[in-house]
Write a protein that binds this ligand. Structure first.
Ligand code: NIG
Ligand code: FE
Length: 419
């Protein structure tokens, strides 16, 4: 890997530049298909920001600075770096026993009830040092980056105690400080009830609300609080309590909802969650309500693929006017992939999203899901210089080839890395 840090970077000979310029609001309906393509394009990055963008012939006419570094994109596709707005990178080992049990016919919920699932990863995280966890997180961030991802939301959630949730968030912070991309940390203490609180879920929710959230906010270790709102995890009432505490401490909220069972998630609308994620089983009434909200519908087809479940109703959500985003859900239990191009392929082949819709969902709408769209998700003057360079002649190839797509290079906050 060649790494170059510099103040000026000019990308030339871009066959298709997907700018994703347009409305400052999240993309819905037909807007999702508008990639703002410029052919034969160039982009100038300076001081970590987009300084000029347009057709190469026009841009070069007024461009005299010979000191900038030039990158020939060889007619390839350049787009905003993917925004992976839902990941769980703080764990220590793959869950291979669960994997084999599921192959033999056990369901995710049966495995969890029998002591596998999320709880089975807790001992490893509790025993690990912050540095060990950070090493794992950094490896995950780098494996995402080679697939074109430049911004990652990273959740805690396998520690499930004040100490080990803090350690997990610090590990995210430590890994983020060694990575050129952008990391948005999320507290997911409400992932499941840990074994020591078995039969006393409300006492664990009390601990989250009275201790874990206030400490996290005070130490500025997370921007969001997430809840796994699901049968076998946390109820809607418990989710409301966690959201209330999060908002009292100035943290944003988001939730895993309707992954296995439908729920009245419209009850949570008053908290203005940044995103509802999964939505595989959302019913029509809640789907219609969600479509009228600011809350982004983040779909995670990697989890449906890995668990062999039905995929979320992407077409229905788009037709209803919801703001749909796509993310990997990188985690050891339901979606062990760091590849946004694989997620794009699944979105197109299994959820019938158009390639253009999938790309918008993985870039600008991912930025909206993290409330970062004022600086990320599109290639526009003044936005962060976060780009992915692919050796394709046509953007649809990003969704067409599956399982092997890596990018040629990325620009993260203005810094070029060629892989
Ligand atoms: O997004 N559903 C809850 N959380 C994860 C799974 C975590 C795990 O099984 O480790 C998800 O699918
Ligand atoms: Fe998840």
């Amino acid at each position: 890997m060649i790494e170059t840090a510099h103040r000026g970077l000019l990308l030339t000979n871009i066959g298709q530049l997907l700018t994703l310029t347009g409305s400052s609001r999240s993309r819905r309906g037909a807007e999702l298909s508008d990639l703002g393509i410029v052919e034969h394009a160039a982009v100038l990055c300076r001081d970590g920001k987009i300084a000029a963008v347009g057709s190469e012939s026009e841009l070069m006419r007024s461009f005299k600075d010979s000191s900038v570094e030039r990158v020939d994109c060889q007619g390839g596709v350049v787009l905003p770096g993917f925004i992976d707005s839902h990941t769980h990178p703080v764990f220590t080992s793959p869950r291979l026993v669960d994997f084999e049990k599921r192959i033999q016919g056990a369901s995710y919920e049966q495995i969890a009830q029998a002591g596998g699932g999320i709880r089975s990863g807790v001992a490893g995280v509790r025993a690990a040092t912050e540095e060990e966890l950070a090493t794992h997180v950094l490896l995950a961030l780098r494996s995402m980056q080679v697939c074109g991802t430049t911004t990652v939301e990273a959740k805690s959630g396998y520690g499930l105690s004040p100490d080990s949730e803090r350690k997990s968030l610090r590990a995210i912070q430590r890994a983020a400080s060694k990575w050129e991309g952008t990391v948005i940390p999320t507290l997911l203490a409400a992932h499941v009830v840990p074994a020591e609180f078995a039969g006393k879920p409300n006492a664990y929710v009390d601990l989250i609300c009275s201790e874990i959230i206030p400490e996290t906010a005070k130490a500025k270790l997370a921007q969001y609080v997430d809840v796994f709102c699901e049968r076998g995890a946390f109820t809607l009432e418990q989710t409301e309590r966690v959201f209330t505490a999060a908002q009292e401490h100035g943290l944003g909220v988001r939730a895993h909802v309707c992954q296995f069972t439908p729920a009245e998630v419209s009850r949570l609308a008053r908290f203005d969650p940044a995103s509802f994620d999964h939505l595989d089983c959302i019913d029509d009434n809640n789907l219609k309500a969600l479509a009228t909200q600011n809350t982004v519908a983040t779909l995670l087809p990697g989890a449906s693929y890995f668990l062999g479940h039905a995929y979320p109703p992407a077409r229905k959500l788009i037709a209803a006017g919801a703001a749909v985003a796509l993310a990997t859900d990188y985690n050891p239990g339901t979606s062990p992939t760091s590849s946004m191009p694989l997620v794009l392929s699944l979105a197109c082949t299994q959820m019938r999203m158009e390639p253009a819709e999938a790309i918008a969902a993985a870039t600008i709408n991912g930025a909206h899901a993290l409330r970062l769209a004022d600086r990320k998700g599109s290639i526009e003057l003044g936005k962060d210089a976060d780009l992915a360079i692919f050796d394709f002649g046509d953007y649809r190839e990003l969704c067409y080839w599956f399982g092997s797509t890596t990018c040629r290079g990325t620009v993260t906050n203005g810094r070029l890395e060629i892989f």
